[in-house]
Design a protein around this ligand. Structure first.
Ligand code: ADP
Ligand code: MG
Length: 279
């Protein structure tokens, strides 16, 4: 069997709160295989976001993160410098947050901000075959500038934005919430990631849009072999989208398994309670 893409062992994160230390993530271990959609489900405050932020080393100084191991694609993330970690963020690992505006610059056109990620992370386009196609079409004389713009437009098209050439020149506020989240997904793809961590990516959107955005993420995962860590409080979403899932409760992973097994035969009373609560 192949090495997992992400392998996290013994992750513990605590905060100094004024009334003592709060352990937000308590000795959590999990792995995500190449190409799989891995769910993390749990109620609000259980520690899902902090788990993801700890792996990405995105917590501010308030949090203390300890871990035995955090391996990503053969690299020990714990050993990386902040600069090396920065180049992984938005590149090989992209994050999508609940509120699209967290990831978008309000005063930059959406095309420009996607193009910027393409330039910054030097998108190889290997997953989508984009650059080989580009090289075939435009052998010489094309500036990186316009190639990255073309790539941005193609990515907008990939995530289902209609009239992408026109949309690329618009600002985030000119788009609906669902379209904005599609832009964020395009931006995540621009780094040619092998893992996308999506933290409640549909929670801020209308229910009618939710299925579309989840489908978009799933299709991209399938088409380009991108692994997804999908964080949600909604077990219904997990059932629709995930291969395996970890159930998080009070800072711990209660159980982890294939979604079908978990739905058929939950091992933990908390999971049973969760299952009973979905229609
Ligand atoms: P979830 O994403 O599952 O809703 P979180 O991971 O955001 O939950 O939070 C887990 C716990 O950690 C909560 O009790 C929350 O209040 C606390 N927490 C999260 N971030 C911080 C922080 N920066 N400082 C102090 N406490 C925090
Ligand atoms: Mg959260």
């Amino acid at each position: 069997m192949n090495e997992p893409l992400l392998d996290v062992r013994g992750l513990t994160t605590s905060f100094e709160t004024g009334q003592g230390r709060l352990t937000a993530v308590d000795d959590v271990s999990f792995s995500i295989e190449e190409g799989e959609v891995f769910g993390v489900v749990g109620e609000s405050g259980s520690g899902k976001s902090v788990t993801a932020l700890s792996v990405m080393r995105l917590l501010d100084d308030a949090g203390t993160v300890e871990a035995d191991e955090v391996w990503f694609d053969g690299t020990d993330l714990l050993s990386l410098s902040e600069a090396e970690m920065r180049s992984i963020r938005g590149g090989e690992i992209s994050m999508i947050f609940q509120d699209p505006m967290t990831s978008l610059n309000p005063v930059m056109t959406i095309g420009e901000q996607i193009a910027e990620v393409v330039r910054h992370h030097g998108d190889t386009g290997e997953r989508t075959g984009f650059w080989s196609e580009m090289r075939r079409k435009y052998v010489t004389g094309t500036s990186t500038e316009s190639r990255s713009w073309r790539r941005a437009i193609e990515l907008l098209e990939t995530v289902g934005i209609p009239e992408p050439e026109q949309r690329a020149t618009e600002y985030p506020h000119q788009l609906s919430g669902g379209m904005r989240q599609r832009v964020v997904i395009a931006q995540a793809l621009a780094g040619d990631p092998s893992l996308i961590i999506a933290d409640e990516p549909t929670t801020a959107l209308d229910v009618s849009i939710e299925a579309q955005i989840l489908n978009e993420i799933l299709e991209l995962s399938e088409e380009f072999g991108i692994s997804v860590m999908l964080i949600t409080h909604d077990l219904g979403v997990v059932r629709e989208t995930c291969d395996r899932v970890a159930v998080m409760y009070a800072s711990e992973f209660m159980e982890t398994g294939h979604v079908d097994d978990l739905f058929e035969d939950p091992h933990h009373p908390y999971t049973e309670g969760l299952l009973a609560s979905i229609p």
